[in-house]
Design a protein around this ligand. Sequence first.
Ligand SMILES: [Zn+2]
Length: 296
Amino acid sequence: MKALMNNRLRRKSWFFSLLFFPFILFSHNLLAFEENQKALRCGTEHPTEQEAVLQESYFTTMNGALSNYVQRQVGLAGVNVHFHVITDTFGNGALSLLEINNQMSVLNAAFSATPFSFNLASVTTTSNNSWYQVAPSTPAEFQMKSTLRVGGAADLNIYTANIGGGLLGWATFPSSYASNPINDGVVILTESLPGGSASPYNEGDILVHEVGHWVGLYHTFQGGCSSPGDFVADTPAESSPSRGCPVGRDSCQGAGFPGLDSIHNYMNYTDNACMFQFTSGQSTRADQQSGFYRGL
Ligand SMILES: [Zn+2]
């Protein structure tokens, strides 16, 4: 009798496994999908640690040889901004001048303790279904930028579109300008502008983050816990992106890793409401990188 019960139970549990198997698979896939979406938040192509170290060595040597660096005063590096609004043929993605100016105000407020100030120099609106769904390193991106990009290394070209794949934006670094000037600039999700629908990333800080890359900053979690990380001394090492607003997170622990994770830093992945800081070290690095590579 006991054996029979056990057999029955076994059969029953096997039957339930079959019943729930598709669901387990589905929920697993869903979780993986959501994780992937989160992981892909910023599409800026970062160098490997080895590449970053080599690039830094070149920069340090050249910069040291060419100039006696003195950090510029707050607001003295004026950047002309060319804002390119991409819509689909139904007009989805259109932005008013007020919405663009609100975004510019968030950008300037975020950089207010740095040498950078941003002036809206031009606005274009282009209807193109392919560009509206632009993704990094695609023919659509190349065509869009080849057609619309204006100015030189010191001009900031911003494109807003309905980018997919879980991305909120991507940017190019100052060091990339010389080898690929057409590609230079920042692309962001239209709905990430202040008041957009991309909550919790709809307060305008996605543009701040991407412009951070454009002036030469890496993510605060670049290189994980290993040195030299993001090449900024006053941003503590961080093993992986912070998400949400994890107060007290300390992902690199031990004697060699003082300080909590920079969850409030613009170069992290936290919610817009959680991020409001550039450090003094980041300001210096951005100033040096932009001065050297962009002549800003
Ligand atoms: Zn980024």
